[in-house]
Design a protein around this ligand. Structure first.
Ligand code: HEM
Length: 475
């Protein structure tokens, strides 16, 4: 028996070795017959290519390669060719071209993180996108913002008159409950008691923080993340099982509409996906908006005056009536938020090349993963003079009522599948919380921010190395 087992193991190792050599060969030969490929970095480790250097500090690595190889270049990373476009003029090839595909670019990650089957993803993705977009369109946002306001108020009122704490934790708790109750139904997810909410929060934080690994690595490498994902999926299974639906479609929550659209087998998985999309970016962006404001005394004073005059009638414990008009009268808060989004946008967004095409004389072959970095695009001085400075005033020239953005701003992606949550966010969500926080708590001091160059394919760079550095005091 023992001999047989050793034989089986050797045989298995031999097969693995052959497969490894074959896949290295395939990756190294990929594109070899195509002429005029962009300059590339193949690294020195077979198959992994430059994965290790890339993984250590992805954003810096991309920028260094751009300087070294030029505006279009390819990285060989873990068996894939990733081709980067870094110039604004080439972005239409990414966002509008029929040679590249959004769904094929993200499908495998979606399958890895939320276990949505390939068939179900391709069948329902477009409807799902359109549902989210429709439900969060500007015209639908007035009642939403009033509800959010009530939810946020409730959270902030619990703070008391003075104290200290972790600003990031405060933003997270206020927004988790507010956004979840709004989009998924009041207390449909565990938001009723503190204990059940804390357990939910703990699992969601792990799921979110290691999302990038979850999208790429087999589950046994990331046990903690896999356990939290299982916990969240189980939660959604029980939510789906017990869900009751109102007769009128207009009364449905976003979650109810989604559940009625997709196949029953994958519906909890889609629920988890939407939960992640709606929280993962909104929270860091709220945090950074507050963080940047608090760091800039002049901006801080200007905003405080503005917000306090608008909301002067409100006392602790009362709910503020937020109307479209009130929000419109505070354009500077919105400028601050857009400027924070500019500086802390997603590291990369991705598409799959489905048909070989040419750009700047280079051939981009079918099968390449095409990449654009909003983070670096927003540091192009042609569009954003003094790009590293937090300067909300640069947004004053834009018609904010019409939800316009500055040229060069691509934080929400673009094309058919541009972020469907951008209206909710840029209109009200963050704006409200920022305003309310200023109302309720006058933040005395904040010490924070060690920015780590994290990479989030469809997520905001949070980049906090040490959460305790977000410590704040208020009175
Ligand atoms: C500052 C905050 C946010 C940023 C920077 C952001 C950014 C993005 C980006 C870059 C994409 C990919 C688009 C592309 O590749 O062209 C995306 C997709 C998405 N976002 Fe956002 N987002 C934010 C907030 C939100 C919010 C608040 C929601 C929901 C309430 C949301 C829901 C989604 C969904 C569902 C997708 C996937 C779209 C699809 O698969 O068709 N996002 N977001």
């Amino acid at each position: 028996m023992a001999v047989d087992a050793t034989f089986d193991l050797n045989y298995l190792l031999f097969i693995c070795l052959i497969l490894l050599i074959f896949s290295c060969y395939c990756v190294f030969c990929k594109g070899k017959n195509v002429s005029n490929l962009p300059p590339s970095c193949r690294g020195w480790i077979p198959w992994l290519g430059c994965a290790l250097e890339f993984g250590q500090s992805p954003l810096n690595f991309i920028e260094n390669k751009r300087k070294q190889l030029g505006p279009i270049f390819t990285l060989y990373v873990a068996g894939e060719r990733m081709t980067f476009l870094t110039e604004w003029d080439d972005f239409p090839n990414f966002f509008q071209s029929s040679n590249v595909d959004f769904q094929k670019g993200v499908q495998s990650s979606v399958q890895n993180v939320a276990a949505v089957s390939e068939k179900s993803f391709f069948q329902f993705h477009t409807s799902l996108h359109d549902i989210v977009k429709g439900r969060l369109a500007s015209s639908m946002l007035e009642p939403i913002s009033q509800n959010l306001c009530t939810e946020f108020n409730e959270q902030l009122n619990k703070l008391g008159e003075s104290g200290s704490g972790d600003l990031y934790g405060l933003v997270r708790e206020s927004m988790y409950k507010g956004v979840i109750n709004l989009l998924f139904g009041r207390h449909v997810l565990p938001t009723r008691t503190l204990e059940e909410f804390k357990e939910f929060e703990r699992h969601f934080v792990v799921f979110d923080e290691q999302f990038e690994y979850g999208a790429r690595l087999p589950p046994f490498f990331i046990r903690k993340w896999s356990n939290s994902r299982e916990w969240l999926l189980k939660l959604f299974h029980s939510v789906v099982k017990n869900m009751e639906f109102p007769k009128q479609t207009e009364e449905q929550t976003l979650l109810q509409t989604i559940l009625q659209t997709v196949d029953a087998e994958n519906s909890p998985n889609f629920g988890l996906l939407i939960l992640w999309a709606s929280l993962a970016n909104a929270i860091p962006i709220t945090f950074w908006t507050l963080g940047f404001i608090l760091e800039n005394q002049e901006i801080y004073n200007r905003l405080k005056k503005d917000i306090r005059t608008k909301f002067h009638a409100t006392k602790q414990g009362e709910y503020i009536e937020i109307t479209e008009e009130v929000l419109r009268s505070m354009p500077y808060v919105k400028c601050c938020m857009l400027e924070a989004i500019r500086l802390r946008s997603p590291g990369i967004i991705t598409r799959k090349v489905i048909k070989t095409f040419k750009v700047k004389g280079y051939t981009i072959p079918e099968g390449d993963r095409l990449m654009v970095s909003p983070y670096w695009a927003h540091r192009n001085p042609r569009h954003f003079p003094e790009p590293d400075t937090f300067n909300p005033d640069r947004w004053l020239s834009v018609d904010l009522d019409k939800n316009q953005f500055l040229e060069g701003f691509i934080a929400f992606g673009g094309g058919r599948y541009q972020c469907p949550g951008r209206q909710l966010l840029s209109h009200h969500n963050v704006l409200l919380l920022v305003a309310l926080m200023f109302m309720k708590i006058f933040v005395v001091s904040i010490r924070y921010i060690a920015f780590k160059t994290m990479l989030k394919p469809i997520g905001v760079c949070l980049g906090l190395q040490n959460k305790s550095k977000t410590q704040m005091e208020y009175a």
